[in-house]
Design a protein around this ligand. Sequence first.
Ligand SMILES: Cc1ncc(COP(=O)(O)O)c(C=O)c1O
Length: 417
Amino acid sequence: MADSRMAGPIDVAALRTLFPVLDQTVNGRPLAYLDNAATTQMPLPVQTAMRDFEQHDRANIHRGVHQLSQRATDDFERARSALKRYVGAGPAHELVFTSGTTDALNLAAAGLSSAGGAAAWIRPGDEIIVSGLEHHANLVPWQQAARRAGAVLRILLPDARGSLHAAELARLLTPRTRVFAVTACANATGERPPYEALLALAAEAGALTVLDAAQAVAHEVPDLSALACDLMAFSGHKMLGPMGSGALVGRREALERLVPLRYGGDMVEWVGWSEAQFKELPSRLEGGTPHIGGAIGLAAAAAFIDGVGRAAIDAHVRALRAAAAAGLAAIAGVTVLSPAASSAIVSFVAAGVHPHDLGTLLDEQGIAVRTGHHCAQPLLDHLGLGPTTRASFALYNTPEEVERLLAGVERALKVLR
Ligand SMILES: Cc1ncc(COP(=O)(O)O)c(C=O)c1O
């Protein structure tokens, strides 16, 4: 296979044949699926990998001596190794399968703030810093962690344009800062913060660093070995993989600090009536039967992305975003959030028009976008905005779909104004 990180144009027409769901009409128009930040579509090779497991190898893992169980265990552990390679994990890292980013971030936040035998990582009077760009999934678990531990939650607020600044983080960091959590891309605005520098600054100050990579793993895949990142969370369904799959991956040392969220089968070494001893990582944090087919599908999705080329996909989605942002900004009364951001997400508001009305009229033209607060209500409040309309791109989207979006918005605004 060619170097998967090389950029080059991708053959979108050929790729689209692997995504049959895209080949349909909605309200009599060809579907333009522009809601990839919510969920990406799943290509046939990923569906095949999952179906093969269910048809030939389906069994529970780790506990059986029989053939199917051994094959399922091998498939599952191979998926883990493949995903570790995908995110640049090295020997000092481990990957724990979760049901997605939300599950992974809850595991991190609860695991660092609960006392389980030894003292919790976050203790009374300690400080947690969370960026103001976060999805609720990377805010609410830290609110709860602060409450549980008696710690103080501080927010690294963005400026009026929605950008984060290292100087502001430097001002917030103190010797009591135990955790710094930030996103690799803000799902509500498309802002791509300088997370590499922010994580490095926080790590230097002694904080444990957490990266929400939900909006990056499908194209701009963070390279763990090059980052000052202790824990990173991502979801399978945002990277062409199955729903209900995802991972928390990070430094073993950081994962070892986590008190398990789920106690039960498969995570115990031995069990007595009144106590139990837990296994080593990663099993210690994977109590119960995992989504084995999901892990296999997730690894197949990573292989699919690398087969196309992550740099090529990244260049493709950024170009679509740039064209959409420029076109939308040229429409009278439309304001694009983070207009210069380089990402796969464009979020905008149209003066005097409710996004739900706009989204409904776009749907009538077969164009699927998302409207609302995008699970980032405090951020949009801080920016003085209400709900927005968001279009988000994946490797199978085309410049023609961007043109349809722009024409569709203009047409809808004429009706609504
Ligand atoms: C930045 C970000 N973090 C976390 C999540 C939550 O992901 P999931 O619902 O897959 O757990 C999302 C989902 O939109 C997101 O965009």
